[in-house]
Every structure is written in structure tokens, then in C-alpha cells.
Ligand binder design. Structure first.
Ligand SMILES: Cc1cc2nc3c(=O)[nH]c(=O)nc-3n(C[C@H](O)[C@H](O)[C@H](O)COP(=O)(O)OP(=O)(O)OC[C@H]3O[C@@H](n4cnc5c(N)ncnc54)[C@H](O)[C@@H]3O)c2cc1C
Length: 587
């Protein structure tokens, strides 16, 4: 039987504290909040995710979203509709939104921890929450007072949901190709026309209204990304009293048949002179959309973590129950639980340590967002913003790659049953596979890291990060724990330093572009190694002996299996484009 989802609250509690929950709660903005309050919220959310959301996951996958060809309406399975109603009614939406807009005003890092459980419980449904949350952040930052008054509270509560409409047939990774048009009307609003593809939750029957955020070009706007504006286009117009009015000229022309996340409708959206409002300045659309995209990139990284955690729970249960072969040292006609076999234990530890590493990386990235937003000292705010910018591409790309890897390993632990839908683990792999693609492919994340986050400041941000990671390694060294693992971490950090210097000093564009993806892997592994050392030092100071033993064992395994690969990745980075044949030589 498929393992029921159990919220990993103890591990989340340790991770939150080790990345600096105290520091976040000490900010004036969160003076009303204690660590016990945070634990209480996460416990409540965990119960909701496990009891209400997780049971919808398999049915949502099997039945999926369907589109009525006559009306273009999109329907979700009944269980999803019921669970979503509870989501809104129980007030779980908007945990991270400010209380001024009807949210719970929790730190980003706490809201992210809750979101992890939602992604584990039902990734397809979690995308709805993620996009709506992104839309609230966008509107809170760029919306006019009137737009905020009309839309914000409804989005915060998820009574209405949000979408992000960027992609077009000729505009995928490269948004310079956006062709949708916006023409001004006499009343100050705009008419938007064009087709958007792959729009997540573009149409559905869970909410009374859908608020689309759409990239389009205004008349006379320059070509390229400098000519793109952002528009708010509601599915239904909103009447003066705030109620839902007439239908706007936006429709869903099709939904995609796809590998996974079947309960998340992926829509072709047609805007046919749909009425919308400009958000932010004309031609300033990409800057505004980036508010939504940065939060979304963290959340997509989180999908890798959420899926891996769930896959781990399933694999662990199966490995304890399945009897095959004789474990080392066992004699006679007995069969051992497969968890006794070293190779299966290794597989489980690969997943478990990836989960720890992703959690540390993602929570650290979210903590930086809290400090960047709320710290009273502007220098600290600026440094935290730089740190968040540096970590975001790693948090997105590395975590989503690890999510795929972890769910594939979990499937392997199940043997043939893993390939059979009944086990439930096949869905993990199918769902996880999209995350390295959307929200900027992982290849694009790697280029973003190499170019904007590392080369642009001459590696300064990495040097500051490295100093902290080395400090964590030394903290573990000082208490005399796991010296071999610390030595491996030291070598990994040296390789991170060397790779960064190479990246900054390399002048040939093709070389550093060819190095970008291995550099992202190297940087992420080394960073996670340092963050796991930090967690070990924290547990040593605050935790009980069992917790110390567990975290030390995980760190040791991560060092011996993953951090040892970092110096090898340095060689790949340094090979630049020399290792790549030209495009016509790939036959
Ligand atoms: C299920 C799903 C949901 C989605 N939801 C949304 C949504 O809600 N809103 C929305 O706007 N979009 C959405 N998307 C679209 C998604 O963001 C794009 O698919 C993604 O950005 C990649 O664009 P593309 O598909 O055109 O691939 P392409 O841009 O054609 O890329 C193909 C390959 O080439 C690589 N590549 C492209 N350019 C470069 C380069 N300069 N350097 C190196 N490598 C490069 C890419 O990494 C990739 O591996 C969704 C997609 C899917 C599958």
C-alpha cells in the first residue's frame, strides 16, 4: 500500500532553526511571533496537508483536468474542488502575505516551509497556490491603489486565483519574441490580443475569477525585451461594488496532455481584445514580472524538495516491508527486508541527504528574502538581497534536478512495482520532471548564475558566501566531529573558489557558457555541504544526542557520496567549450 504522507515537522524545525529562524523572528516586523507560534502554524498546516490535500493527489493524477470542447470550460475532479474550498475556507492561503492585505504576515521562510508540505501533498494543486501567491506579491509591489483595493484581498484569500502569461509559440526562454499586443482605450484601460501557451491554471472551475498577468507590447514599443509591458486581465470584469461581472474576452482554446501534474490544467489562452489594465510602467513589464518570477523560482525549487520528501517516505516504507535476498551475514532459508542490503540503504540515503540539502538551501534563500525585506539596517538588507539573488538559481535548478533524481531512485527502490502506477511512486517521477523545465529552464538558471550573479560582481558575492561556509566547516572542526567529512568539505569549498575565479577570469563567452551548468552543480553541492555543516554545528549546540548522531551520519554520507564529486566538476568547468564539438559535428 502507498505510504500515507507524514509531514516531516521535526526535520523542518531543525532546518528552520539552523538557517536562522531566531534572526528572522528578532526583526521588528515579526515581534509578535515566537518560535512556538511558528511550530503551531506548521503543525496545523501539516495536518491540513496530510488529511485534506494528500488524499486528492492520486485521484487528481488519474482523473486530471478536462476541458469541455463546447464551452471551453475546464473542470477539476470533485475531490480537488472540495479540498480547494477547504483551503480557502480554513484560511490557509496567504500565509506569507502582509496582514494589511489580509494575509497572515508570516516570514517568507515560514510560509515556504508550509508550502513544502503542500508540494509534497499534491504538487499539481500547489501550483495554483504558488501562482496566486506570486500574483499577490506582484500586485503588492507594482499595483496601483485601485488595483490593490480591487484584487489583492481576493487573491490573498485564494477566492480568486492568479496566473502568469508569458510564454508564446515564439517566446519561450527568450521573451524578446513576445508578440501579444495591447492597444489603449479611451477609458485609460487597454485591449489585449494574442495567444499564450502553457499557462498553468489558466482556466478552471475552482474560483469565481481568475486574474491573468499578461506580457504584451504597446503600439510603437521598441523591439526586444525593452518593449514589453505587463497587464492585469481578469477572466470576469469586476463591478464597482467588487463583485464578479461580465465575462472578459479571454478563453482557453485547449489544455495540454502531458507527462505529469495532471490536476494542473496547462492551457492555451486566447486574448481577443480582452480588457486589461497596465501594471507598473509602460515597457517596464519584465521588471515587474520578475517580482513574480523570483518568488516562483524559489517555490519551483521547493517542488523538487516536496516531491523528494514524499518519494523518500514511500521508498522507506517499501524497503522495510519488501523481502528479497539475504542481507550480508544472514544465513539459512530466510529473506531479508531489502533495507538490509547496502545498495538499497545507499539509495535511501541518497534521497534522504538530498532532501536535507535542498531544505537547507531553500530555507536559507527564503531567510535572505526576509532579511532583505525587513532588516532595519540598509546595509544588511542590501547584503541579504545579494545573497538571495545568488542562491535563487541554485535553489531552483539544483533542487528540481535533485527532485527528479530522488524520485527516480525511489522508484528504483520499489523494483518492478515502482514502474506500476499502483505503487504511487511513478507519479512522483512524472510530476517532478516538469520542474527543471518551467520558470526558466535549468540551463537558463545556470547562465543566470554564471553571468548576472557571479561574473557581474567579479565573484564578490561568492567570496562572502564562501567565508560563511568555511566558518561552518570550522565550527564542526572545533568540536572535533566527523573530521574526514570536514576535510572533504574543505576541498569542495576550495574547488568552489577555484571554479569561481576561473569563471570570472574567462573572457571567451563560449567557454563560460559551456561551463555554466557544471558550475551550478558544483556551487550548489559545495554550498549545501557548508549548510549541512552549519546544521550539524547547530544541532551539536542545541540538539539531543540522537539528533546529533542523525545529522552527523547524514553529513558524513553527503560528503562521501556527493561532495567528493566537487573537485571533479572543477575539471569539467575548466575545460570550457574545448570539450564540446561544434554543432555540425554532432551527428
Ligand atoms: C507544464 C508547464 C507549465 C508551464 N506554465 C507556464 C506558465 O504558467 N506561464 C508561462 O508563461 N509559461 C509556462 N510554461 C512555459 C515554460 O516556462 C517554458 O516551457 C520554458 O520557459 C522553456 O521555454 P520553451 O518551452 O519555449 O523551450 P525553449 O526556450 O525552446 O528551450 C529548449 C531548450 O533549449 C535550451 N535553451 C534555450 N535558449 C537557450 C540559451 N540561450 N542558452 C542555452 N540553452 C538554451 C533550454 O534550456 C531548453 O533545454 C510552462 C511549461 C510547462 C511544460
Amino acid at each position: 500500500m502507498t505510504a500515507a504522507y507524514v509531514p516531516p515537522l521535526p526535520a523542518m524545525g531543525v532546518a528552520l532553526r539552523a538557517v536562522g529562524l531566531d534572526q528572522v523572528l528578532a526583526l521588528p516586523a515579526f515581534a509578535h511571533l515566537s518560535a512556538d507560534d511558528v511550530d503551531g502554524v506548521l503543525e496545523g498546516f501539516g495536518r491540513f496537508a496530510a488529511d485534506v490535500i494528500a488524499p486528492t493527489d492520486e485521484i487528481g493524477d488519474r482523473e486530471g483536468a478536462t476541458r469541455d470542447p463546447d464551452t471551453g470550460d475546464v473542470h477539476l475532479p470533485e475531490v480537488i474542488r472540495v479540498a480547494f474550498k477547504r483551503w480557502v475556507a480554513d484560511g490557509w492561503s496567504g500565509l506569507g502575505a502582509s496582514s494589511e492585505h489580509g494575509g497572515a504576515g508570516l516570514p517568507v521562510v515560514v510560509a515556504l516551509a508550509a508550502e513544502e508540505m503542500l508540494a509534497s501533498a499534491n504538487m499539481a494543486l500547489s501550483l495554483n497556490a504558488m501562482l496566486t501567491q506570486g500574483a499577490t506579491e506582484l500586485l503588492a509591489r507594482w499595483g496601483t491603489e485601485a488595483q490593490q483595493r480591487t484584487y489583492l484581498a481576493k487573491l490573498v484569500s485564494s477566492e480568486w486565483t492568479g496566473t502568469m502569461n508569458m510564454t508564446e509559440p515564439e517566446a519561450g526562454s527568450d521573451l524578446r519574441g513576445v508578440r501579444a499586443r495591447a492597444v489603449p482605450r479611451d477609458d485609460g484601460r487597454w485591449e489585449i490580443s494574442g495567444t499564450k501557451i502553457f499557462i498553468t491554471w489558466g482556466e478552471h472551475d475552482l474560483a469565481d475569477n481568475i486574474v491573468h498577468f499578461v506580457l504584451a507590447r504597446t503600439p510603437g514599443a521598441p523591439e526586444g525585451s525593452a518593449g514589453i509591458s505587463l497587464f492585469l486581465v481578469p477572466r470576469h470584469m469586476v463591478d464597482a461594488d467588487g463583485s464578479v461581472g461580465a465575462r472578459n474576452r479571454v478563453s482557453c482554446a485547449a489544455i495540454e496532455r502531458k507527462l505529469g501534474i495532471h490536476a494542473s490544467p496547462t492551457c492555451v489562452m486566447v486574448f481577443d481584445r480582452a480588457v486589461g489594465e497596465l501594471v507598473g510602467s509602460e515597457c517596464g513589464g519584465l521588471a515587474a514580472m520578475f517580482t513574480m518570477m523570483n518568488a516562483a523560482r524559489r517555490s519551483v525549487g521547493l517542488e523538487g524538495l516536496g516531491i523528494a520528501e514524499r518519494a523518500f517516505q514511500q521508498a522507506l516504507q517499501h524497503a522495510r516491508e519488501r523481502l528479497q535476498g539475504r542481507a550480508p551475514g544472514v544465513t539459512g532459508e530466510v529473506s531479508s527486508p531489502i533495507i538490509e542490503h547496502p545498495d538499497v540503504r545507499r539509495n535511501l540515503m541518497l534521497i534522504a541527504t538530498a532532501v536535507d540539502a535542498m531544505r537547507a538551501l531553500l530555507y536559507t534563500t527564503a531567510t535572505a528574502a526576509d532579511l532583505a525585506r525587513h532588516h532595519p539596517d540598509s546595509d544588511v538588507r542590501a547584503a541579504a538581497a545579494t545573497r538571495g539573488d545568488l542562491l535563487t538559481p541554485m535553489a531552483k535548478a539544483w533542487s528540481t534536478d535533485e527532485g527528479v533524481r530522488a524520485s527516480s531512485i525511489a522508484l528504483q527502490v520499489h523494483g518492478g512495482m515502482g514502474y506500476v502506477e499502483e505503487s504511487g511512486v511513478a507519479q512522483r517521477l512524472r510530476d517532478a520532471r516538469v520542474a527543471p523545465i518551467y520558470e526558466g529552464t535549468n540551463g537558463i538558471q545556470a547562465i543566470d548564475l554564471a553571468s548576472r550573479k557571479v561574473r557581474r560582481d567579479g565573484g564578490q558575492g561568492v567570496q562572502e558566501l564562501l567565508a560563511e561556509l568555511r566558518g561552518s566547516a570550522q565550527a564542526v572542526e572545533r568540536v572535533g566531529m566527523v573530521p574526514q567529512a570536514v576535510a572533504i568539505l574543505d576541498r569542495a569549498l576550495d574547488a568552489f573558489d577555484a571554479a569561481t575565479r576561473w569563471l570570472v577570469d574567462t573572457t571567451v563567452e563560449e567557454d563560460w557558457l559551456a561551463a555554466a551548468s557544471p558550475y551550478l552543480d558544483l556551487a550548489s553541492l559545495a554550498t549545501c555541504g557548508g549548510l549541512l555543516a552549519r546544521q550539524l554545528a547547530w544541532v551539536h549546540e542545541h540538539g539531543d544526542p540522537d539528533a546529533v548522531a542523525l545529522v552527523a551520519a547524514r553529513f558524513t554520507f553527503f560528503a562521501a557520496e556527493r561532495l567528493v564529486q566537487v573537485p571533479a566538476l572543477l575539471e569539467t568547468v575548466r575545460s570550457g567549450a574545448a570539450r564540446l564539438p561544434s554543432s555540425d559535428a554532432i551527428v
